[in-house]
Write a protein that binds this ligand. Structure first.
Ligand code: OAD
Length: 245
């Protein structure tokens, strides 16, 4: 059986579906990826922007960079891959997305069950007490704002060397272990612990499908590695799943 047809059959009979998404799923919306051609980390040393040390050294600079990224993210729209995942959630008894993305595009497309493994650029929190503070999307924050406790306010994003939010990670591991079909979409699958999730799914017997423009370390171990743009492959696949089902 052709691999796409096999994937369609498996998706047709699935009950519990999990997804790990990465920067590649938002690329077609106009959000830059981290690695590969035009990747953010090709031009900037991540430790100079995405670390607590960098923030403490020069909070204004870091906030300026994140304000710029937030502006870009708020100016773009979810794409066909985000919308297809939202439609899939309405179809399956159990469906959850674990995303490494901080852009909120899954939620804007209508996904409800989303675990944000690396936080969100749309939230801020206090460096001291941890209390959340909503971001005013139009406010230009150049002087580092302070919490009522006196602590500096920072983006609610997981920086290098920091732990992932425990609840999101625990839930994501559970989904990966219980899923009968698991997708890894638009991720280079090199940043752990998120990259471990497809392996958890594989070990527990899920049928694992990768959708990526390029091969990754995962490509040779998954059941199906579909090469191309997520915004093209996923809607086409989903249309086939719905046809005659
Ligand atoms: P990467 O930038 O590492 O990888 C993006 C992947 O998406 C690559 O494998 C591309 O081939 C693929 N890709 C690009 N466009 C695509 C498209 N239209 N359709 C399908 N695939 C496409 O991004 P992540 O894997 O998300 O962490 O990176 C993981 C983490 O590394 C990020 O969350 C970030 C970064 O450091 C933090 O900031 C904590």
């Amino acid at each position: 059986m052709e691999i796409l047809e096999q994937v369609v059959q498996v998706c047709r009979h699935a009950q519990h579906v999990g997804v790990l998404s990465g920067a590649g799923i938002s690329a077609e919306s106009g959000v830059a990826t981290f690695r590969g051609e035009n990747g953010i980390w090709n031009k900037i040393n991540p430790l100079e922007l995405a670390s607590m040390q960098a923030f403490m050294r020069n909070p204004e600079r870091i906030l300026e960079w994140y304000n710029h990224r937030r502006e870009i993210i708020l100016s773009v729209q979810p794409n066909a891959a985000h919308f297809t995942l939202a439609a899939m959630e309405n179809h399956y008894p159990r469906f959850a997305v674990s995303t490494q993305n901080i852009d909120g595009l899954h939620q804007r497309a209508g996904s409800r069950c989303v675990q944000e493994l690396h936080g969100s650029i749309l939230r801020n929190r206090c460096t001291d007490c941890g209390e959340m503070a909503e971001v005013d999307p139009v406010a230009e924050v150049t002087t580092p704002p302070r919490c009522h406790c006196g602590g500096l306010i920072r983006p609610d994003i997981v920086w290098f060397g920091e732990m992932l939010p425990e609840a999101a990670l625990t839930e994501s591991v559970q989904v990966a272990r219980q899923a009968d079909v698991y997708f890894s979409i638009g991720t280079s699958a090199v940043v752990y612990p998120a990259a471990q999730l497809p392996y958890e799914a594989l070990e527990r017997g899920a049928y694992v499908i990768e959708i990526n423009l390029e091969p990754t370390d995962l490509s040779n171990v998954v059941h199906a590695s579909l090469r191309g743009k997520a915004g093209e492959i996923l809607p086409r696949l989903w249309q086939k799943v719905l046809m005659d089902s």
